[in-house]
Design a protein around this ligand. Sequence first.
Ligand code: SF4
Ligand code: SF4
Length: 413
Amino acid sequence: MSSAGSRNAQRRSGPELDSCVRCGSCKAHCPSYRQEGTEGASARGRAVLLKQFLEGTLEPSALLDERIFTCILCGACNKLCPLGIDVTGAVYEGRRRLSAFNRRRKLLGFGMEFVLKRPSFSFRALQFLEGLNEVFPLHRIKPFGTLRQMGITVPDSGLREGESLFRVSRPKGRVAVFAGCTSNFLYPHLGKALIRSLNALRYEVVLPKGEVCCGAPLMGLGLTEDAAELAERNLHVFRRLKVEAVVGLCPTCVHFIKSEYRKLGGDGLGNALDVAQFFAGERLPEDSSTQGHRTASRIVYHDPCHSLNYLGVRAEPRQILRDRGIAVSEVERGCCGFGGAFRVLYPELSGSILEERREAYRSADMIVTSCPNCILQLRSGLKDKEVKHLIEIIEEGVKGNRHERGRQAGKQS
Ligand code: SF4
Ligand code: SF4
């Protein structure tokens, strides 16, 4: 992607919105429609509004702005549309044109842009500010208040400190990790679990220097050109690596670096895979450590929207869990209501979408998922449940197996 390309970043969407026949199939799993119950808050309603707005027959207004920004960008509509219409592509383009319309969001966008383009500096600043929180009531400022409400604390160190290579003897391959902001700065233990699991399968692991946010939060705010700038930086970092795969802990990041970057006018990373996709293709050692999970009465797998609707991942995590001896209980699936900035801008709507999950998962003892942002959201609303990332289950298995092999070797000697 050239810098001219990033300056002119505009999305190319699939078939035009005027091929929409208004059948309404896209409404079936639209989270905002399920809560609001009005046509304007549904995928079909948005497709109609966007067609008029993008053609110039509908003027921007506060109501239009709200309709387009209360979409959580889950992608369910794209998956369900029989004509393959890229509704979310049109939502992104609508947001790009509406981005300056709302002052509160403009301010949030400015803050996020600053933070996401300078990840290491921002992380240190966040640590510093958290220390100050006792003196200054920072939680009264909305983004800080949201972090506090969600029970998020900033760890002592992030996952990456410059470039790192984690070697193994007789490697069978080399893979790179795209950590993503949430794992990198809030849940570094997930990144460490991924590295240990890959090493246990004899993969060398590269954590390249210079990864920045995938750009999804900025795209979601309509800051397409800023997202394209981040895409350019990530592509520069990851394209030079000679690796078999780029494995991500967050399906939103994986979807972005693989597919959305192409729509921003560049190339995607064709070898990007999420954890479930990568490990489903591996022969994991037989597990010997998940007895606790096997006997737990009810475990559900929460499908992250971007994993299910964009990456097409459904069977893989269930297969991995089954192979670990874990029986998955199936319940009606649904969005967790996080949506990045959506959680800050529309806390009530986000909360009512989460409430639906609380009801669906009422009788579960443990929820496993493969998205760190879903974990943040589910933990904030389902405080009585254990919520784990799939990589933690995978790591328990390979770790347990290592210990088991060690014990057997000890017995034999
Ligand atoms: S499913 Fe597709 S064709 Fe039907 S209303 Fe939605 S966008 Fe239009
Ligand atoms: S992306 Fe999700 S929330 Fe947005 S219109 Fe489509 S189904 Fe509804």
